[in-house]
Write a protein that binds this ligand. Structure first.
Ligand SMILES: Nc1ncnc2c1ncn2[C@@H]1O[C@H](COP(=O)(O)OP(=O)(O)OP(=O)(O)O)[C@@H](O)[C@H]1O
Ligand SMILES: O=P(O)(O)OC[C@H]1O[C@H](OP(=O)(O)OP(=O)(O)O)[C@H](O)[C@@H]1O
Ligand SMILES: [Mg+2]
Length: 299
């Protein structure tokens, strides 16, 4: 039974965003029991229910207020926003956080034999896509008279099937394009996953739960980007060593028992330590250089 006091979050059931979204919810302390074929999952330690759906449905569920929150790719969100705006439907939402996964770009790609000389080469051509509104907006901005042909899947086979001259699809590594004899020409939209909230007021209890979860999300993202670095450094080179360590204005410097020429340095670095830097530290006489992942942080 659905309970209106429980926060409802829409998550992609199975696909590119599912694992990272669920891992993020777990990392911020929400215990979940997800069973395979079920559309809904209840948290066992928070008043939260997950709705596991196709990603296409998530923007609409948030914009219609059926769920309070959702994890969605910006490409899908912006497309649905434009579609609903054109249809005069509700299309408002609040973006809470841009996340660090689901990175991809929506690009125009053409068959390798296509003589592409810029977007104008598409004039009078058909372009297959799952994102007709984003593509039409791009055509309009670029002043190109081309036709977007809507396909819900297998867009990359459209040119070979004679359905279209070019495509506009999501690209990450480019392997799918390459496997289909296509190559990327113009990026029309860059996307990442976002965490969104429905427009309008929520009950105080729901809003205060969201306000408690957001700093935890920030903490998880920040922790993922940071490293805890420990090393032994010769006291004589302390300043040079510090200048090599990213974000180490105020590192913790500790004496080593029975050794007055060497100190231990501990620092939380906002970025990874590259092998090149580690080699430079070693050349300065540093030893026992450890780079460790951080699970959570709160500043
Ligand atoms: N190759 C990729 N790398 C990273 N992120 C991607 C990639 N492809 C897609 N995404 C992001 O993940 C979202 C979901 O992609 P996916 O391929 O799982 O969708 P789908 O096939 O439409 O799934 P569904 O069955 O839920 O409709 C995309 O809208 C995009 O934001
Ligand atoms: O540039 P690449 O790294 O090859 O990634 C791009 C592909 O990834 C996505 O599909 P996905 O693999 O998620 O499968 P889908 O066709 O079921 O959506 C997207 O729709 C592209 O087809
Ligand atoms: Mg989909």
């Amino acid at each position: 039974m659905s309970d209106s006091n429980r926060l409802r979050i829409a998550v992609q059931k199975s696909g590119r965003l599912s694992d990272d979204s669920i891992a993020l919810l777990k990392a911020i302390g929400i215990k979940l029991q997800i069973r395979d074929r079920l559309l809904i999952a209840h948290s066992t330690n928070q008043p939260i229910d997950l709705l596991l759906v196709r990603d296409d449905d998530i923007p609409g569920l948030v914009m219609d207020g059926v769920v309070d929150l959702g994890f969605i790719g910006e490409n899908e969100l912006e497309e649905k926003m434009l579609e609903r705006q054109a249809a005069g439907k509700q299309h408002e939402y609040i973006e809470l956080r841009r996340l660090d996964y689901g990175g991809c770009r929506l690009s125009i790609a053409v068959p390798n034999e296509f003589n592409y000389q810029g977007v104008q080469s598409l004039a009078g051509k058909k372009v297959a896509t799952t994102y007709p509104f984003l593509l039409e907006r791009f055509f309009k901005e670029q002043n190109v008279e081309a036709k977007a042909v809507m396909l819900t899947g297998s867009v990359e086979v459209a040119p070979r099937a004679g359905v279209a001259d070019a495509i506009c699809d999501l690209v990450s590594t480019g392997a799918t394009l390459e496997a289909n004899g296509l190559h990327e020409e113009d990026v029309i939209f860059r996307s990442k996953a976002v965490f969104i909230q429905r427009a309008g007021e929520l009950t105080e209890a729901k809003q205060s739960l969201i306000n408690k979860l957001l700093p935890r999300i920030d903490g998880v993202i920040q922790a993922k980007e940071s490293k805890y670095i420990m090393l032994h450094a010769p006291l004589a080179y302390l300043e040079q060593v510090k200048s090599l360590l990213p974000g180490s204005e105020n590192p913790t410097v500790l004496p080593l028992a029975g050794n007055d020429k060497t100190v231990a340095i501990h620092v939380v670095s906002p970025e990874n330590l590259f092998w090149e830097t580690m080699e430079k530290l070693k050349a300065l006489g540093c030893s026992s250089i450890l780079v460790m992942p951080i699970e959570k942080m709160m500043n």
